[in-house]
Write a protein that binds this ligand. Sequence first.
Ligand SMILES: *Cc1c(COP(=O)(O)O)cnc(C)c1O
Length: 390
Amino acid sequence: MKVIYTDNNATTKVAGEVIEEMMPYFAELYGNPSSMHTFGDEVGKRVKQARQQVADLINADPEEIVFTSCGTESDNAAINAAIKAFPKKKHLITSAVEHPAIKNLYSYLEKTQGYTVTFVPVDKKGRLNTAVLYESMSENTAIISLMWANNETGVIFPIEEVAQRANERGILFHTDAVQATGKIDIDVKKTGVDMLSLSGHKIHGPKGIGVLYVKKGFKFTPYLIGGHQEGGRRGGTENTAFIIGLGTACELAKQNLEIMNTRVRELRDYLQSQLLEKISCTSVNGVQDNRLPNTLSIGFDAVEGESILLLLDRDGICASSGSACTSGSLDPSHVLMAMEVPFKSAHGTIRFSLSHYNTKDEMDLIVKNLVPTIEKLRAMSPFWKDGKVV
Ligand SMILES: *Cc1c(COP(=O)(O)O)cnc(C)c1O
C-alpha cells in the first residue's frame, strides 16, 4: 500500500540528493577531517562547504555554525552555555508551549538547580503573551528561549521583536527554530538572536544531526567537553557524512522555500477548507496568518484523535494526534492545554504536516477517508447526538 505521509513535523523523508551526497563518506571517503594528510583534508574541505551551506540558509557566518547530534542537543547546549555565562542569574524565561527539549530542561533546572522559570502563556489562538514576557524580564534573567514556530500548531512567534527587547536589556536570547527552518525565511543577523537551534531530520536531512548557531562574540561554554572540533565549542570527531547531508538539505531547503510558501501552503489551505466545509463541528487550532505554511492542527468535536489515527492508518495515511506523546497518555498535549482548547475538540485533534512531496490527490484521499471516518466515530460517541455535541 502506498503511504500518504503528512507527518512532516515529526520527521521528514531524506531527500534523494542528500543520500547521494552522504554515501561516499560512509564508504571510501572515511578520513578524519582534522588529519594532516590529504586524504583526511579532502573530507575537511567538504565539511567546510557544508558549514557554508548551513550558514547560507540562516544568513550566518560559517564560523558561527556548531554541528551537534540533534535539535535536542542544540537546545540543551544553548541553555547550558547561558547558565555558565551568567552563574549568578537564576531566572529563565520561555513559553508554555515549547518542545520537550526546552520545556523539560527548564523544569529540570527549576526542580533541581534552584532556578525560577517563567513559562509565558499563549492565548486561545496560540499567540504569545508578550506583555507577560516583557514584564518578567529582569536583571536576574540568564536567558530567554522561545521557539520560532510551534511544532503542533505551526503558530509563529514574534522572534525579531522579542530578540530586540532582550538585546536592549542585555539578556541572552535563544530560539528553537527546528520547525521554522525550511518553512519561513530565517535571518539571524536581521533578527539579532544570540543562539539558534535547527535539526536535520525536520528538513529532509538525516536523523541524528543538528546545528547550534552561536553569534560571534558570545563566550560560549561547550556542553560536550572534548577536542578542538567545532572551534572548541563541541568535542567529538565530526559526523562527516551527516554534516555533508545536512549541508545539502539546507541548500535544498533554501531553494524550496518558495514552493513551501506557495504550492505547499495552497495544499494545506485546500485540505483545511475541505475538512471545515465537509465535516461539521470542526475547528482549526492556531492563527491563520502567522502560521507555518505546512501545518494544520484541526479538532473534530466528540471523537478521539487516536481512533481517527488508526482509521487513517488503515488507508496508509500518516498524521499525528494532539495528545501528549508521553507513553500511553490520552490527555491533550501541553500545547492545546495552554491554548485552552475545549476538551471536546482537543481530544479529537489531528495534526497534518505537509511537505513539497505531497500532492493534491493525496489531500483528496485524506478528505475522502475522513468524512466517513468522523461520521462513523461520532455515531458511536457518547458525546454526540442528533448531529451535535452533547
Ligand atoms: C523535533 C523538534 C526538536 C528536537 O529535534 P531532534 O533533532 O529530534 O532532537 C526540538 N524542537 C522542536 C520544535 C522540534 O520540532
